[in-house]
Ligand binder design. Structure first.
Ligand code: SAH
Length: 252
């Protein structure tokens, strides 16, 4: 498999990518390449759009960087595992962090759910998408995670496919070997990892979650973790036991 070139700058663009194509850059992107990174005409970067793989491109523009010429494909398009990160949204900086980390961990969908003790009622989808792009640019990820609209926990549960595995991160369950518990599960129908708000889940929510067809109640050890930490820990366990840390993950 072609390796990621970590030395090159990577840029997300929305345009279709193919050899010989010219892609106009947004002013902020041109400014970033020209004035922040001090790159100029003839320098090369890597670009991706989430659909056409990764391409080497050369920078164009006389006075300022304004476009790219697409040269050759560096890596073909791949797919993320069918792994949704389902979470009660947090406030600003912690939400930024959580979104970036979930993308780095390879989540393919980010689904905010509003629970009884969720403190945030409005979620800035644009900001979440910007964080998805930034994390993907930095980490060599070729497919952008989908950012879903926030829904209440009830509506989320009513709409989800029941045969998917629901990994319910629950600090109230007994500490047991989480890795082994995950290894005993099937991944084919897709996986949802659920982490609650800082205030935790209400008892009636816990009861509903445990009644779902395929719930795995997971302990992340004897300490209470902040929600953003719990997300990273749970996604790492899932990727290592069932996901793409051991080869290709569950198919989308
Ligand atoms: N109810 C707790 C805090 C919740 S922590 C309290 O207020 O005391 C936020 C979320 O992180 C939880 O809803 C759970 O999904 C996850 N979490 C934190 N620590 C965990 C642990 N040790 N095991 C499993 N999940 C955990």
């Amino acid at each position: 498999m072609p390796q990621l070139d970590f030395r090159s700058r990577r840029l997300f663009v929305d345009a279709a990518l193919a050899e010989g194509q010219t892609v106009a850059l947004e002013r902020s992107q041109g400014n970033y390449l020209g004035n922040v990174l001090r790159l100029g005409a003839g320098d090369s970067v890597l670009v991706f759009n989430g659909r056409d793989g990764e391409w080497r491109a050369s920078i164009e523009g006389r006075k300022r960087v304004d476009s790219l010429t697409i040269l050759a494909q560096a890596r073909p398009q791949d797919r993320l595992p069918d792994l949704a990160y389902v979470f009660a949204p947090l406030k600003h900086a912690r939400l930024d962090y959580m979104v970036q980390k979930a993308v780095e961990m390879g989540a393919s969908t980010l689904q905010p759910v509003l629970t009884r003790f969720t403190q945030v009622s409005r979620v800035n989808g644009e900001r979440m998408r910007a964080n998805v792009i930034e994390a993907a640019e930095q980490c060599g990820i070729l497919s952008l995670a989908e950012v879903a609209e926030p829904v209440t926990l009830d509506r989320y549960l009513a709409a989800r496919e029941a045969q998917r595995l629901l990994v319910f991160c629950d600090e109230a369950t007994e500490v047991a070997d989480p890795f082994r518990a995950l290894q005993g599960e099937r991944r084919e129908a897709g996986i949802d990892v659920l982490v609650g708000p800082e205030g935790g889940f209400a008892e009636e929510e816990r009861a509903i979650l445990l009644r779902q067809e395929r719930t795995l109640r997971l302990s992340l050890g004897p300490r209470i973790l902040r929600a953003d930490t719990a997300g990273v820990a749970a996604l790492a366990l899932v990727q290592a036991a069932l996901g793409d840390w051991i080869g290709s993950g569950p198919d989308r």
